[in-house]
Design a binder for this molecule. Sequence first.
Ligand code: GDP
Length: 424
Amino acid sequence: MVTAVVGANWGDEGKGKITDMLAEQADIVIRFQGGANAGHTIKNSYGKFALHTLPSGVFHQDVMNIIGNGVALSVDRVAEELREITSRGVPAPQLMISDRAQLVMSYHVLFDALEEARLAGKSFGSTKSGIAPFYSDKFAKIGIQVSELRDMDALREKVEGILVGKNVLLTHLYGQPELRADDIMAELERYREALAPYVGDTASYIGKALKEGKTALLEGQLGTMKDPDHGIYPMVTSSSTLAGYGAIGAGVPPYEIRRIVAVTKAYSSAVGAGEFVSEIFGDEAEELRRRGGDGGEYGATTGRPRRVGFYDAVASRYGCRLQGATEAALTVLDVLGYLDEIPVCVGYEIDGTVTDEFPATTELRRAKPVWEVLPGWKTDIRGIRRYEDLPENCRKYVEFIEGKIDCPVSMVSNGPGREDIIYR
Ligand code: GDP
């Protein structure tokens, strides 16, 4: 049986903590998409960690952690994270990397930065981890699969071919020096050595384990709004953020993904540009940003202030539906304890008509939020462990959201710690 933990919103919903909790009960934890461009924050008995490429099961010694074929693999980042966790007392984890995963090359990172600079004000707000150039190459069929490291002679020929196109762009579009095949081969040699202990046929491993009745956890990155097909294109990421993509990015049969937990935050936040109908501004936003998350809504790597807003039930219902959510985890509810009244976006007004369907980007740009205002609970709910012990208005808020998103809220998170969770 496979469970997926995925985001229903723009990312940063608090998936890290839910994943870490569920990882404890799983035999296998799998990353199936994305790369080092996003990550989770996990607080546990070893300390506070930001994981970008390693699966969240790395804190549990019995868990096999898998980096699936769908991931944009930054080898140096994996090595760095392994060093980071082991240097802080976490025992070396079990880790397996798909031989069908592809490599994020130094030139992907370079092209990402050059293109962002060229686009200047019109950029996509990339984290410059090389993700968009990586996936472009993958689908243009000039990516490098881990398995190709087994034949370095054939790989050299391929690299020379790839560099013809790259060097035309570098010299003519970006005014940069050319790349040399020798340097790229040295980089690949380094990756070959670093990966050797971990490479394997992960899909076959997972398939066998599932047949034996083992359980696997698919760990999503970002959220529905960042999906290239169903999100706010073009302000999206470059690989699918949906649970369904787990079947492809990990190589598991689609029918095995039976439990899908969509993580949704009790208010909204988004990083970078893109449509965000329930966004708020000014002092009201500043206060929510300062009180938000665990130490404020500021980018984990960049420190950039995140855009914030109240809960968007239209986007979240769509987000849960596209994920195929069988349940939702409502997170960061504790943060709202300071508000007298809590607005929830329950509809979009587009050209004078109100809808509760989440439209494509062109219409979304014209959408204005329709609010329904709920009473606040004005207390600190951290430390509460039973649903019945939450203040009545707080329970009403949870149940209101549950009704609006059409998905049972099975967990309520009321603090960043692992124990700050209420099961319903
Ligand atoms: P992800 O991108 O969805 O994995 O988001 P993160 O796991 O990085 O979570 C964002 C931040 O919210 C982290 O700093 C978490 O520690 C924090 N967080 C998670 N759940 C809660 C919660 O219920 N309450 C509070 N106050 N913070 C939380």
